[in-house]
Design a protein around this ligand. Structure first.
Ligand code: F6P
Length: 352
C-alpha cells in the first residue's frame, strides 16, 4: 500500500505557500507514489474532523502564482486546547498518515517541534514574511513583502517630495526588523527603526533635522511594527512598544501596530516638520509571490518530501547560501534570527 502523508499550513498567510503545496504534491505523487492529504486550517484541521481534503495533481494545478494558501490557515495552538495533543495523535492514526509536513512560522513550527518529541512523524517548512526563523538564511514570503514595501516607499517619496513632508512608513515585523531594514535600505529611507535596536526619539528627530539643514526638505522614516522607542525615565531608560490590542492569541502574542502614528505625531511635535504616516499592514502579505519566493517554496516543498522519504523526522528544511539543507525543529525553534550589527551598520550609513 502506498504511503499517505498530510500537509498543513499554519499562522499568518504568506506568498509562496501554494508553491510549497504544489511541490509537495507533485514530488510525492510522481516520484514516490505517495498519497497526499490536505489538512485545512493548520493544526485545527488535525484536531477536528471534516477538515481534510485529498490532494492530487489536478488540485494543485495552476496555483503557483496565487497568494494565500489553498489549505486555509489558523493560529491554533493544540497545546492550549483540551486534549489537543491526544486528539492530534489519534487523528494522525485514524487518517493513516505516516508523516505530516507542517508549513509555518515560529508558532506552527514550535508546535511541530513539540509534537515530534511526542512521537509524531513531522517535517517542517519555514514560512514567514518576517524572515526570522533560525537556521535558514531566508523564509519564503519575505522577498515578496520586501518588494511590496519597497515599492510603497518609492511611491510615498512622491508625496514626501511634493509636500515637503516627513513620511513614516510602518511595516510588519513582530520580533525582528528584516522587512524594515531591507525595504528601508532598498527604498532609500532616511531612518529605520527595528525591534532589535531600540532608539531614543531624540536621535530620530536629530537625524531628520540634520538632513533638512542640508537643504533636503523631505524625509522617509521606516519603522517595524515591533520597534521600540526609548525614553528617559527617572535616571533610567524606559522602552515603549505600541500595541493595537493587549489581548493575547493562543501563542501569547499581542496584536502590534500603531507605532507609525506615535512616531509621526512626535516627529511633527519635536521638529515642526509636517509629518504623515502610512501603515502597510496586510498589503505586505497579499497577492502574487515573486519569482524568488515561488522558487524557494518549490525547493522547500520538494526537499520536505525527500526528508519524509528518508525518514528524517523532527527536522525543518533550510536554505544555507544557495543550498537546501535541514536542521532539527528543536534547534530551529530555540531562537529567533535577528538582524546582526553588520547589517544595521550598513543601514546607519544612510540615516539622516
Ligand atoms: O508573523 C507574521 C506577521 O505578519 C507579523 O509580522 C504580524 O505581527 C502578524 O503576522 C500579524 O498577523 P495576524 O494579524 O494575521 O495575526
Amino acid at each position: 500500500m502506498s504511503k499517505r502523508i498530510g500537509i498543513l499550513t499554519g499562522g499568518g498567510d504568506c506568498p509562496g505557500l501554494n508553491a510549497v503545496i504544489r511541490a509537495v504534491v507533485r514530488k510525492s505523487v510522481l516520484k514516490y507514489d505517495y498519497q497526499v492529504l490536505g489538512i485545512l486550517k493548520g493544526w485545527l484541521g488535525l484536531m477536528e474532523y471534516g477538515l481534510t481534503e485529498e490532494l492530487n495533481l489536478d488540485k494543485v494545478s495552476g496555483i503557483i502564482h496565487r497568494g494565500g494558501t489553498i489549505l486555509k490557515t489558523s493560529r491554533t495552538n493544540p497545546f492550549k486546547e483540551k486534549d489537543g495533543v491526544k486528539r492530534i495523535i489519534e487523528k494522525v492514526r485514524a487518517l493513516e498518515l505516516s508523516a505530516i509536513i507542517a508549513v509555518g512560522g515560529e508558532d506552527t513550527l514550535g508546535v511541530a517541534a513539540k509534537l515530534a518529541e511526542e512521537g509524531v512523524e513531522v517535517v517542517g517548512v519555514p514560512k514567514t514574511i518576517d524572515n526570522d526563523i533560525w537556521g535558514t538564511d531566508y523564509t519564503f514570503g519575505f522577498d515578496t513583502s520586501v518588494n511590496i514595501a519597497m515599492d510603497a516607499i518609492d511611491r510615498i517619496h512622491t508625496t514626501a517630495e511634493s509636500h515637503n513632508r516627513v513620511m513614516v512608513v510602518e511595516v510588519m515585523g513582530r520580533h525582528t526588523g528584516w522587512i524594515a531594514i531591507e525595504a528601508g535600505i532598498a527604498g532609500g529611507a532616511d531612518f529605520i527603526l527595528i525591534p532589535e535596536k531600540p532608539v531614543d526619539l531624540h536621535k530620530v528627530c536629530e537625524a531628520i533635522c540634520k538632513r533638512h539643514e542640508r537643504r533636503r526638505d523631505f524625509s522617509i522614516v521606516v519603522v517595524a511594527e515591533g520597534a521600540k522607542i526609548t525614553t528617559p525615565d527617572n535616571g533610567t531608560t524606559k522602552e515603549v512598544e505600541v500595541v493595537q490590542n493587549e489581548e493575547k492569541d493562543s501563542f501569547g502574542h499581542v496584536r502590534l501596530g500603531g507605532i507609525g502614528k506615535v512616531l509621526a505625531t512626535e516627529i511633527q511635535k519635536r521638529t515642526g516638520f509636517e509629518t504623515r504616516f502610512v501603515i502597510l499592514g496586510y498589503v505586505q502579505r497579499g497577492g502574487t509571490p515573486t519569482a524568488f519566493d515561488r522558487m524557494l517554496g518549490t525547493r522547500f516543498g520538494v526537499a520536505a518530501v525527500d526528508l519524509v522519504h528518508r525518514g528524517e523526522f523532527g527536522k525543518m528544511v533550510t536554505l544555507e547560501g544557495n543550498k537546501i539543507g535541514s536542521i532539527t525543529l528543536k534547534e530551529a525553534t530555540s531562537k529567533t534570527k535577528r538582524i546582526d550589527d553588520e547589517l544595521y551598520e550598513i543601514a546607519q550609513v544612510f540615516f539622516g
